[in-house]
Write a protein that binds this ligand. Structure first.
Ligand SMILES: Cc1cc2nc3c(=O)[nH]c(=O)nc-3n(C[C@H](O)[C@H](O)[C@H](O)COP(=O)(O)O)c2cc1C
Length: 171
């Protein structure tokens, strides 16, 4: 897929067809995350990849909006440092967002759908994923092939109008 098509095709996919993602493709998605830019090249992230169905089903219970993780082919848990420094916390969130969208677009390029999920129950996530005490699980990302319609450029995305968002030279 062309980059522009991948950008336009990415949408949150919450139903997957059950087909596994080839290891090489999953690694390519993770590599896209590893290459993402970050504040002062901090790279605050660690990625835990989960592909076992029983684990995915358990992970899906860490947040009310994480149900899609249960039937995904894989999930990536974004693990980040715990910090009380507000500036670092904000930078970390920005960095995680960049890694997320890089992975999602790399996935779309391969025809793989993706979806974000927040994490509510940190202790349950920690028991399942065994990340250390000084880290938290910031988000989960589901990956898999869309059940219903394959990815293709979304003609009319549910977004605010271009001219309302884009300000030229000044507000
Ligand atoms: C920070 C963040 C958290 C999100 N958390 C969830 C979530 O917990 N569960 C979910 O199904 N979608 C989640 N989403 C997906 C958004 O609902 C989605 O991006 C938005 O509705 C636009 O959908 P689209 O990208 O398919 O157009 C999250 C997105 C972001 C950026």
């Amino acid at each position: 897929m062309e980059t522009w098509d991948a950008i336009r095709s990415r949408r949150n996919v919450r139903s997957f067809d059950g087909k596994p993602i080839p290891a090489h493709d999953l690694d390519q998605v993770l590599e896209a995350g590893r290459r993402a830019p970050s504040s002062q090249n901090w790279q605050p992230w660690d990625f835990i990849v989960i592909t076992k169905r029983s684990e995915l089903r358990e992970l899906a219970t860490v947040w009310q909006g994480a149900g899609h993780v249960a039937e995904a082919a894989a999930a990536v848990a974004l693990i980040a440092p715990v910090t009380s420094d507000e500036r670092r916390a904000a930078a970390c969130q920005y960095d995680l967002g960049q890694a997320t969208v890089s992975m999602m677009i790399a996935a779309a390029d391969l025809g793989i759908g993706s979806c974000h999920a927040g994490v509510g129950d940190q202790e349950h996530a920690r028991r399942l994923l065994r990340f250390p005490e000084d880290r938290h699980c910031a988000y989960l990302i589901s990956f898999g092939y869309p059940l219903a319609r394959p990815l293709s450029p979304v003609a009319k995305p549910d977004r605010r109008p271009f001219d309302q968002i884009v300000h030229r030279e000044h507000w």
